[in-house]
Design a protein around this ligand. Structure first.
Ligand SMILES: *Cc1c(COP(=O)(O)O)cnc(C)c1O
Length: 361
């Protein structure tokens, strides 16, 4: 006997990247920042007083919202703090999709595989719209979203898993086309490693339907903390705020998140190092005759050359690396089967990867 709803029984749950128990591996599979978080963040966590643990935390993380608003040039009512970026994604589906009336979720394919899982949890339909060969948005994207009656669109920019940056003008015209019909969530999980962001859309008073996702997991080296936030038009942010858990972010993470944003300059040093290594890794792989897409993120999507025996496919290279304790990400799905997604590590980690690839041949 199972008691859960049919859609939960049939659900294919989200499959996260492997998290090996030991730290004695070269871990280039889940896009963590290879550098430690800023000292100021660790200090903020250590200095949390017993009294603030005894009490409930500020429900809306007011101090964090004020800092985030200042850093991004917005007002605090345009900021919502969440338990990781993933909670914001879940909230978006809860608040804007309308399963009873066919108002589903639209996603671009391929992208973050959590999006359709969240829709399935909510018994909401998913329109999967194929990206072009180069992972850019197709011209008719907005029309397809509207034709499917979707109320919410999730895209990731810089795109995962390709690293491609969609130009702001494309995003602006997409948001305008959806206005009045659907909300556009632009997932900027990797924005810290990119040349530009979509913040200008939030300064366009005509756009009341845009939310940007930000997270401290990647750029700020705090994936273990679970803190993310949304930036958006105040109307949509207020709607999201109604549906969150009463105390969705805890006091330790609130203090850490304030310190993280206030010491942004320190995190930015790691972004610059990662960007420099991204260039080096891209060139090193290309010189080994891999095809590597230009990336605005902290990972590269790379296609190994089909090797002599014809046996060295992406999946066998993935396994050969794993047996050497080097973890990269392999997606057994259309358009990605011949590729590996490799997180940019420290120079030493990237060298270890390259040396292993030379050994594997
Ligand atoms: C990492 C990531 C997120 C957010 O992750 P959290 O750790 O929950 O903040 C969102 N979208 C994409 C595409 C990501 O890679």
């Amino acid at each position: 006997m199972s008691y859960e709803r049919d859609n939960i029984r049939k659900l294919h749950a989200y499959a996260p990247g492997e998290q090996p128990a030991t730290t004695k591996v070269v871990k280039l599979n889940t896009n963590e920042n290879p550098y430690p978080p800023a000292d100021a963040v660790l200090r903020a966590i250590r200095e949390v007083a017993a009294e603030s643990l005894r009490r409930y935390p500020p429900p809306r993380a007011d101090q964090f919202r004020a800092v985030a608003a200042r850093v991004h040039g917005l007002s605090p009512d345009q900021v919502i703090a969440t338990n990781g970026g993933d909670e914001l994604l879940r909230l978006m589906v809860s608040v804007f999709c309308n399963p009873a009336r066919g108002g589903g979720l639209a996603v671009a394919e391929p992208s973050y595989s959590l999006y359709p899982v969240l829709a399935d949890i909510h018994d909401t339909s998913v329109a999967r719209i194929a990206l072009r060969e180069d992972f850019s948005l197709p011209d008719a994207f907005a029309q397809q979203v509207l034709a499917a009656g979707c109320r919410l669109v999730m895209i990731v920019n810089p795109h995962a898993p390709s690293g491609r940056l969609e130009p702001i003008d494309t995003l602006r015209s997409l948001a305008h086309s959806l206005r009045g019909e659907a909300v556009l969530l632009i997932d900027e999980a990797y924005v810290d490693f990119a040349r530009s962001d979509a913040l200008p859309l939030l300064r366009d008073p005509a756009l009341d339907n845009v939310v940007l996702l930000r997270t401290l997991s990647k750029g700020y080296s705090l994936a273990g903390l679970r803190f993310g936030y949304g930036l958006g038009a105040s109307g949509v942010v207020a709607a999201l705020d109604k549906a969150r858990d009463s105390y969705n972010t805890d006091i330790l993470s609130q203090h850490a998140a304030v310190a993280a944003l206030e010491s942004r300059d320190v995190a930015a040093l790691s972004w610059n190092k990662v960007i420099a290594e991204r260039t080096r890794l891209t060139q090193a792989l290309r010189s080994r005759r891999w095809t590597v897409l230009d990336s605005d993120s902290n990972f590269v999507l790379a296609t190994p050359e089909a090797l002599r025996q014809g046996s060295s496919t992406a999946s066998t290279i993935y396994a050969a690396l794993k047996s050497r304790n080097i973890f990269v990400r392999y997606f057994d799905q259309d358009r990605l089967r011949d590729k590996l997604r490799i997180t940019v590590g420290t120079p030493e980690q990237n060298d270890a990867l390259l040396a292993a690839l030379d050994e594997i041949g």
